[in-house]
Design a protein around this ligand. Structure first.
Ligand SMILES: C[S@@+](CC[C@H](N)C(=O)[O-])C[C@H]1O[C@@H](n2cnc3c(N)ncnc32)[C@H](O)[C@@H]1O
Length: 318
């Protein structure tokens, strides 16, 4: 193999991307990775033992133990993941997949048959701490951290809240919302695409602007919402002006939905894009909410024009 070439092999039904490096790179990295896997397996197995004890205690006392069960399943998955890595490394692959970025910074070399943009994407995924952290914490998307960071700054989610998540797939925001509203709250998500179920959330498939779907969301919510989230992005057409109009229109539709669904003093978060004529949207937000702010959470990629508008203190509502 050309020394500058990196073969990328993806196995079907496998969540690992195998990166075979040149033999010179291989030996030290392989030993280091095996030792790293052993350390991780030791720690995760200890965590599993603790969780099993917690579950036993919870069962004995008749407590609800959905959260412990979920953590247990996530931990078991992590063990399988580390074991899979070990097996692949033993078999001669250096696999540094969508993964242990806390230890390895992965340099992805350019392969002749891979486009520069795919190489950049792969390098970014492999080295992105939020991708790794999302996998370790069982979140379905790195987007989860955007909501966590927005919530830490603006205090939007609280136990017992009713939350609507517009454009929820694959489900990172909905997972965070479920964790933070707790069993007394309600989380209803909707997306054009299907999303795997999330315990504690109702996930619907459809277009939220469709009146029938909007009705279903309100019914599943069981009362006015405390928070309406929109992380939606319209699929790009490639025509910048058209794309921009579609994004603004989507945020306006989300606001119209929020206005008809929020309880008094409720809040609204929507993804918007920097440098666009969204002044109508802002004017409307300022009229209907007591406080309107813009924020780009640290986990939102600097090169992305996305930013979020956060509106609190809804003036309407029944
Ligand atoms: C960036 S993703 C959301 C990621 C999500 N917040 C998470 O944490 O996993 C944006 C989603 O908006 C959805 N979307 C766009 N327009 C929509 C519409 N009119 N109705 C429902 N979902 C929509 C897309 O299908 C896409 O899955």
């Amino acid at each position: 193999m050309d020394p500058n070439e990196t073969a990328i092999e993806t196995r079907p039904n496998d969540d690992l991307t195998l990166v075979a490096l040149t033999p010179a790179d291989m030996a030290p990295a392989q030993a280091e990775l095996l030792a790293w896997c052993d350390r991780k397996l030791l720690a995760v197995n200890a965590e599993l033992a603790d969780l099993e004890t917690n579950l036993e205690l919870a069962t004995e006392h008749g407590w609800k133990h959905r959260t412990v069960e979920a953590a247990l399943n996530r931990t078991k998955k992590r063990i399988l993941y580390y074991e899979k890595i070990k097996t692949a490394v033993d078999a001669g692959y250096l696999i540094v997949p969508n993964f242990p970025i806390d230890v390895f910074a992965v340099r992805v070399k350019r392969a002749r048959r891979r486009k520069a943009s795919s190489t950049e994407w792969l390098a970014r995924q492999l080295n992105d701490p939020y991708v790794a952290e999302a996998q370790l914490r069982g979140y379905r998307s790195r987007a989860a951290f955007k909501l966590i960071q927005l919530d830490e700054r603006f205090h939007l989610l609280a136990p017992g809240h009713r939350v609507v998540d517009l454009g929820c797939a694959p489900g990172g925001w909905a997972q965070v919302a479920v964790e933070r509203v707790g069993p007394g709250g309600a989380v209803v998500g909707i997306d054009l695409n299907p999303a795997d179920p999330i315990p504690g959330a109702t996930l619907l498939q459809g277009d939220f602007t469709d009146p029938a779907t909007a009705g279903q969301i309100r019914e599943a919510l069981g009362g006015p919402a405390d928070l309406v989230l929109s992380d939606m992005a319209a699929p790009a057409t490639g025509h910048a002006a058209t794309d921009h109009l579609r994004i603004v229109a989507l945020a306006e539709d989300a606001l119209a939905f929020a206005e008809s669904t929020l309880a008094p003093c409720g809040a609204f978060i929507a993804k918007v894009f920097q440098g666009g004529a969204a002044s109508d949207l802002l004017a409307r937000l300022k009229k209907t909410f007591g406080e309107v702010r813009h924020a780009k959470p640290p986990s939102s990629r600097a090169e992305s024009a996305e930013t979020y508008v956060i509106a609190k203190g809804f003036r309407g509502g029944a």
